[in-house]
Design a protein around this ligand. Structure first.
Ligand code: ADP
Ligand code: ZN
Ligand code: MG
Length: 497
């Protein structure tokens, strides 16, 4: 679709529903193990409770409630002292009981907020509700010998989920992406789950509508499903906003429906309309009592919460004098923020800005190349600190430091040892450097003539020649200083002749 400047006349309005898996060892209402969805054999973690046999009784997993509360507190929600489990009834082969145990009128928590750090400053998204529920099984549709089959895997049936629903406070695809990333960071900070979207531990469903700017009414919304990456999320929302505006511009109406994201065609496609939508016939779950949250327990969970990203972002700016941007890059992920703080405390003599730059530049680059997430084991923090210290002392120069960093990465070597082994110590001996400078000047009489005639930029070229002659080990500051003196001397000589 061609770019369309709709932002003057129209406003997009978006609310997001996220399903986050709670990384517990056992399921929500039985003692079956929670196994890795992508690597496990099917149906190895199933019992009569999660297989929906008649006559069995669910028992609430306390660890799941604790993780849910942790996130709800991190989202500054009001926690209901008593919440109610409810049956959400519908028939589908991935739902063995014929209903899902969820929460409806009285959720675990509500009225929270999440602050986003965006390019236009801080934005607050209101959280409408946070509730507990259980996941469904997984269907795989296959075709063998011309026959089609549907296979069911119940490993995921009954895995604890937290549903987090926002108010319609977002207004662009970029906003939605920022919200999803901030929520993912929070999930990881609170150790609620790994945030691994490929594994389906965080599933995002944006509800999108548009309206004429200034209108007090919400437009008709569509809900987008099947999004398994931030990229798909952002693209699908942008597509959907444009699609709806074009409909309205053509005098047509938006139909309330569920749409899927077709990655190959880069568009959203209708899945089911409101007429086909389920009537879930919610009613309170008769097999479970109200979920009572004791104040003392809640206080204890609150006490154990880590410092959260936004608070840490503010502190990094105050305590380390980092820019808002540098601080953000570091705090997004808890492991990165921890790594930076350990480096800063191990090496108070280094400037925090220098440490931050090396982490977000070189170290991120190496992690990327290795195709992994930020993994401190690949570069122990004391290795980085030793390298930066050696650099600061002037034993090596910047390019050498970068080369050494690449070698330290993934090895158990240390910077000083490597520098010694490879004889990479920076050469600051002025008489040696003077010899190199003299040699370069002597070997390039034509360039010197051009320089004397006024082409000052050649100084940089001479500098490069000297550095090369010194095998990259010469102290660049001293090279520059000596080179300048020599060039100046040659110019004066030429003038007086
Ligand atoms: P359900 O999906 O069960 O119908 P809700 O009606 O509570 O649930 O809404 C789900 C999400 O859709 C919420 O995040 C809400 O903010 C958002 N939403 C509701 N109406 C609109 C609308 N007209 N435009 C955009 N988002 C909306
Ligand atoms: Zn079970
Ligand atoms: Mg919905």
């Amino acid at each position: 679709m061609a770019e369309l400047d709709w932002s003057v006349e129209y406003e997009a309005v978006i609310g997001v529903e996220v399903h986050a898996e709670l990384a517990t060892r056992s399921k929500m209402f039985c003692s079956c193990a929670v196994v890795d969805a992508t690597t496990s054999e099917p149906n190895i973690a199933v019992c009569p409770v999660c297989a929906g046999m008649p006559g069995v009784l669910p028992v609430v997993n306390q660890a799941a409630v604790e993780l849910g509360l942790r996130l709800a507190l991190a989202l500054e929600c009001e926690i209901l002292p008593s919440s109610i489990f409810a049956r959400k009834n519908y028939f589908y082969p991935d739902l063995p009981k014929g209903y899902q145990i969820s929460q409806y009128e009285q959720p675990l928590a509500r009225n929270g907020r999440l602050t986003l750090l965006t390019s236009q400053g801080e934005k607050t998204v209101r959280i409408r509700r946070v509730h507990l529920e259980e996941d469904t099984g997984k269907l795989t549709h296959i075709n063998r010998d011309g026959e089609s089959y549907s296979l069911i895997d119940l490993n995921r049936a009954g895995v604890p989920l937290l549903e987090i629903v926002t108010e319609p406070d977002l207004h662009s695809a970029e906003d939605v992406r920022a919200y999803a990333m901030a929520l993912r960071n929070l999930l990881r900070y609170c150790e609620v789950n790994s945030g691994d979207m490929q594994k389906g531990v965080m599933r995002i469903e944006p509800n999108v509508s548009v309206r004429k700017r200034g209108s007090p009414h919400l437009g008709t919304r569509t809900e987008i499903k099947n999004l398994n990456s931030f990229r798909a999320l952002e693209r699908s929302v942008a597509y959907e906003i444009e699609r709806q505006i074009k409909l309205l511009e053509a005098g047509e109406a938006v139909v309330q429906e569920t749409r899927g994201w077709d990655e190959a065609q880069a568009k959203t496609v209708s899945q089911r309309s409101k007429e086909e939508a389920h009537d879930y016939r919610y009613f309170p779950e008769p097999d479970l009592p109200p979920l009572i949250i004791e104040q003392a327990w809640l206080d204890e969970i609150r006490r154990k919460l880590p410092e959260l990203p936004v608070a840490r972002w503010r502190r990094f700016q105050n305590q380390y004098g980092l820019s808002a941007y540098d601080a953000e890059v570091l705090v997004n992920e808890r492991v990165v923020a921890d790594y930076f703080e350990r480096a800063a405390s191990l090496a108070p003599q280094l400037s925090p800005k220098t440490i931050a730059n090396w982490i977000s530049g070189e170290v991120f680059g190496l992690m990327n190349q290795a195709g992994t997430e930020f993994d401190p084991q690949l570069l122990p923090v004391d290795s980085l600190v030793e390298l930066l210290t050696v650099l600061e002392e002037g034993t090596i120069n910047q390019p050498t430091a970068k080369a050494i960093l690449a070698e330290l990465f993934g090895s158990d070597k240390k910077a000083r040892q490597l520098i010694r082994e490879k004889g990479l110590e920076q050469i600051s001996d002025e008489s040696q450097i003077l010899k190199w400078v003299a040699q370069v000047l002597q070997e390039n009489p034509e360039q010197i003539q051009t320089y004397i005639n006024g082409k000052d930029t050649l100084e940089q070229w001479f500098f490069g020649q000297v550095m090369r002659l010194g095998g990259g080990k010469a102290n660049p500051k001293i090279v520059q200083q000596i080179l300048r003196e020599q060039l100046k001397r040659l110019k004066e000589q030429a003038k007086s002749e």
